[in-house]
Write a protein that binds this ligand. Sequence first.
Ligand code: FE2
Length: 423
Amino acid sequence: MENNVKKIINARLRGRDQLFSLQIKDGFFSQINSQSEHLDADAHCYDASGNLCCAPFVEPHIHLDAALTAGEPNWNMSGTLFEGIERWAERKPLLTAEDVKSRALKTIELLVANGVQYIRTHVDVTDPQLIALKAMVEIKEQIKDQVHLQIVAFPQEGIWSYPNGRELMEQAISLGADVIGGIPHFEFTREYGVESMRWVIELAKKTGKLVDVHCDEIDDDAARFLEVLATAALEADMGAKVTASHTTAMHSYNNAYCAKLFRLLKMSKINFVSCPTESIHLQGRFDTYPKRRGITRVKELREAGLTVCFGQDSIQDPWYTLGNGKLLRVLDSGIHSCHMMGYSELKNCLDLITDNGAKTLQVEQEYGIELGKPANFIILEGANDVEVLQKQGEVLLSVRNGKVLLARKPCEVITCTQFNIKG
Ligand code: FE2
């Protein structure tokens, strides 16, 4: 197949029933027309064969610096978050720039092979040498034509609770981090957590950067830094630029507190990232029975009109041994765990790994299948959101600025027993 795609025919678009053809000129969508009938393909066009043409997947929360380190030097035998931290503490001193770059690039290849073109990675900056951060800044430049990569300065061991934490965060910003992170529930005291949240928003205001905080990633119903983050974002009038990741403690909050909290969240307009496969694996570990799912209130946040998207968090690292870059797997697991399989929810479920991620990353201006926008899209097996999820098929085509990143033939069954049903 040619490297440049000029025309797609027989494609479905989300929320529409008819077939469409799309033309691309100089890397932008130049025509999008509905078809009255199925068209025959020629050598110069890609035949989508009735499959869905969709905006690319967005991975809004991944740790590329830790990816592909599971079992190095030791496996996490209990599967818990705390053993994950122990195993990471053994691996972290072995980090080199080459090691980080090679694993991050392999992980990005996995993501691209599964339809992702937008990635937000959290990079641990509680390291006086900032080895991983510097490596990731180089990678961002190296892959900029293929993938939009945002780097979060992520203080894994705290900002207030780590030596020179604030200086390291500021240094990371000056070296090229795009987003300011935080981890208030992990700081030594509640006061440190509160101060760190106000400081993060102040720094974002001063530098014009986005914010994405690991917020209340714990089963403790007393972890209430989300209200602090949302208030600071509201008062600084920068809610759309602020994201709260995980917020798993919200699973355990009482409903009366949540009713009050949701008023603030709606006023603040901050975004939410949930990592359902990671949360259901790591949370609820201190419970006997019943065991909490430990996933934030995705359904209720969406019903309140807030932006929520799904991410993977880990791919084969000390915290999570599985993972393969397939956001469709995370989506499937997430909607099961969050009771979001009513038909009206299923009909738009791809929002959770496409449009909502794009809003969170603040890339909406260039994102979406619209005339005049960059020709960034994927072709998925299935005619609509529900069929794509039912099939759990592969991404057949991924195109960025009109150029092919990935083309794949649909899986072909060689032999299968036929069952003839006779009436
Ligand atoms: Fe994370």
